[in-house]
Design a protein. Sequence first.
Length: 425
Amino acid sequence: MDTPVNNMLGMDVDVGRAAHAVTKALDYVGVNDKSHGRRVGLICHRVAHLLGWTRKRRHFILLAGMLHDSGVSSTAVHKKIVGELEWNGAEEHCVRGEHFLSSFPPFQRYAEAVRYHHTRWEHIPESLDQATGEYANLIFLADRLDVVYVSFIQKNPLHMVLLERQAILEELRPHVGTLFSEKLFVALEQAALKDSFWLELRDEFLDDAIFETLSSADYRVSLSFDEIESLGELISQVVDAKSPFTHYHSLRVADIAYSLAGLVGCDQYEKRLLRIAGLLHDVGKLRTPDEILEKPGALTPEELAQMRSHPLDSRRVLQAIFPNTLIAKWAAEHHEKLDGSGYPYGWHADQIDIPTRILSIADIFQALCQKRPYRGRLGVDQVLAIMDDMVSGGQLDSSIYEVLKVHKVSLYQLAIREGTSTLDL
């Protein structure tokens, strides 16, 4: 018998580590530069220390800085972020970031600072309190410093940063008083005198420095399933927004998997965990270039190779957010096939559990139902004809698939549903 959902416990989540994991996923959007958000967060924290901010405020700006680009999913937008000091349209991702953070209770407090993190210091709204204005501008300053830093290390050996630190800062000095607060810039100059400030920005030291800082505070909170799923839905929207052809894919896969799981007899706890896995199964695709996702023709072997890394990228992110659950496992294995032809592990039937089989069928069914750059939407019978061949070929679970066929009409309507409305759980 199902456990009543309103009596089910959710799970404990370390918000600091969740913010780090979300940031790492968002940093995948950069493809080649995969540490921008974390570097910005650490820079903010180090400057805040020089400003004499309390530990509470320092930790606030660390997480706000890490999450500042939560409105970015397009590699094209990311290229502008890391390639230009200012550009038209920067505010759009700030507004999206505010929405993203506001919709998940543990991240709500960072939303307003993120909303204004590309606003010039001279244009900070008077309606903002002083602390929020400083948070926003410090994120802007750290963000632009990282742009200059990355440009420098792309052309020079890493150790040269220690010799040219002043020249890097001089790139920003002309904008003090307009783009950036003078007080914040002076504190940045003082922080930058320390070798550790620059050395910790290297990938081999970056996470150690962040986790050492996070370990000095307790970020653990107990979240309900509804709150956890709200985070999953938000991240899925960021993933699906990479391409107009994947809008709502993750949300619909999650709903189909949840429904199928119920129809084959899974209990309510497993159904809801599987729904979270469905929401986040493609988070690793943030690392996939937009042009591959939107390509109108067949992918080349090289492009397919890039795509095939996304399950393990998803696993890394989800293990950090949801340790001690099967969410990461199910998400990472959703492209496995019973005959061993899937990826990334090449598992065979005896190695693939029921929830993974459900998620795999839900993903294939929804993808075939959805419009894609190389074809229009298929009708349900066309979809099933393709999947029939996969089942007869020994790739998909025949018993779960038969349940899907019995309920093909309702599941098809669920698969093609537009918008963010979801199941009544």
